[in-house]
Design a binder for this molecule. Sequence first.
Ligand SMILES: [Fe+2]
Length: 264
Amino acid sequence: MIPLDLSGLNLHFDKEKKKIILIDENKETQYEPLFRKLKDVRALFCGSTITQSPETIIYSMFRGICKKKHEKTIKENKLRYDITIIEPAIFGEEYVKTAGHYHPIAKDGLSYPEVYEVIKGEGLFFLQKKEEFAGNKKLKSVFVLGKEGDLIFIPPNYGHITINTSNEFLYMANWVSSAFESEYKEIKERKGAIFYILQKNGGGFKLEKNDNYADYKAQPVFASPKKASFFGFEEKTPMYEFIESPEKLMFLNDPTVCPDLDYD
Ligand SMILES: [Fe+2]
């Protein structure tokens, strides 16, 4: 059992059974995962020499984790707290990653935002946003390296993927609106995000542009994770506890009141 203490919940991951166990009010609740296997996302990886089985589990998603005392607040505020666990792996030269998606428009041309927390391990959060200036199509690409306890903000109108660039499991949590379904189609059609994240000889990672974005100029930017104060909370507050002040999470359903609309 792997304890996930940083979540602020009495939460454990059973690595063998791939289940999450929450202990709350002296009661144990088991959460079952939704799996993404290699066969589901193979087309999103650039390599032609992938040797692992199509049945290899890439990541496990556990949706709607909550303490009993928060059930009503979470439902009334149309929110959801999830945990995603990405296994360590390299496919060809490319680091393991999530499928990637955009969020639909919520209000005034702004899509739903989202906030992540790294619970254990570390990962590279890659956000991409389509922009057009004077007829030139640009794709703003923001990279945020998230370590334990870091918060990663997905502002409106960004698509996002997460890459596990370590050789350990990556455990991450998210608060998001429960009012929408993620849109996977566009990133799937382009066979991934605008950059592939490849293993670099001697350690670290390097970016390789995805040829299926020949119509877009890439503009990579490296940004820092956010602190709890960015969202109006005391430093070091575990992200799960944000639900104690649900009014501060209103931006997840109304992006017009977002703490910020973009990375500089
Ligand atoms: Fe998302």
